[in-house]
Design a protein around this ligand. Structure first.
Ligand code: F6R
Length: 283
């Protein structure tokens, strides 16, 4: 995991946007995995600015969002569909057919989840997955106790997540109790993961993710097993990291190294593929 600390939310967002922009520069038909919530709002704003200033072409990009509340139609102002159009898709001028979100009102939610996995596969897999972290260490809506190998499914939200997200609704009672969410297994297959955190409230789960044991009690800790996760936070979220000085040293030493893995454009270099091939060869 590459751990980077930026001085504030603005710098973190700018850095995150530059990384996503670089994926699209290297691979114009990239598949972007996206998150909602307050953390990536700044990244999306910076990405729209970058796209305009640098004339970046998003016309061949495909997007997949991590999750959606059960029961909220796409037009509901608190749906993640609405969030994405407001904060990113509109600004990048994306066409609806380029974007993919789970439907919280599908007649058969289990099939909706299976088909979503299939769509990701058909699109060639996710090149970069943008993530935020929950106060309880969740990623997407994979709450503590979720299988670290889980696939997209219908999940129950933790009471802390319900109360954390109540700020987006008129009352806490309006927050849906369940959601459809990519699983940790789904997320882990992305070629790159980019996880962001801001504020003191994230300091505990952030240190759990980076320095704690890999445990379903802190679902984000599964990213320790991912071959290329970039973890960027502001100084407040990094305030409980024990090895902060070391991460800063590594960041300085790596300053002239590519920020993205070579397997974004050369999938055969992905170490996970090499492991699969080794198993095939031995079989
Ligand atoms: C939403 C998502 C969630 C959020 C997390 C943090 O798509 O994936 O895991 O990233 O709940 O939310 P904020 O950024 O609002 O603190």
């Amino acid at each position: 995991m590459f751990v980077k600390v930026e001085k504030d939310y603005e710098e973190m967002s700018q850095r995150g946007a530059e990384i996503v922009a670089e994926v699209v520069r290297q691979k114009p038909n990239a598949v972007l995995g996206l998150a909602t919530g307050s953390t990536p709002e700044g990244l999306y704003k910076c990405l729209i600015d970058l796209a305009r200033k640098q004339n970046l072409d998003f016309s061949q990009v495909t997007t997949f969002n991590l999750d959606e509340y059960e029961g909220l139609p796409a037009g509901h102002p608190q749906s993640y569909h609405a969030f994405m159009w407001e904060h990113l898709f509109e600004g990048l001028g994306l066409r609806e057919e380029q974007t993919n979100l789970l439907s919280g009102i599908a007649g058969d939610l289990a099939s909706e989840c299976v088909e979503y996995e299939e769509k990701i596969r058909r699109a060639g897999g996710i090149d970069i997955q943008v993530l935020g972290i929950g106060g309880d260490g969740h990623i997407a809506f994979c709450e503590p106790g979720s299988s670290l190998a889980g696939r997209t499914s219908v999940v129950a939200l933790h009471p802390q997540t319900i109360s954390d997200n109540a700020r987006f609704f008129e009352t806490e009672r309006e927050v849906p109790r369940r959601a459809l969410s990519m699983g940790i297994g789904t997320i882990s297959e992305a070629r790159t993961c980019l996880i962001l955190a801001k504020g003191e409230g994230k300091a505990d789960p952030w240190s759990g993710m980076i320095e704690g044991p890999v445990t379903s009690q802190c679902p984000a800790s599964a990213l320790q097993l991912h071959p290329w996760t970039i973890a960027i936070s502001d100084t407040d979220a990094a305030s409980k990291l024990k090895n902060l000085e070391y991460y800063q040293h590594v960041a300085r030493e790596r300053a002239d190294q590519p920020v993205l893995p070579p397997w974004i454009v050369r999938p055969e270099l992905d170490p996970r593929r090499q492991a699969e091939r080794a198993i095939d060869t031995n079989a």
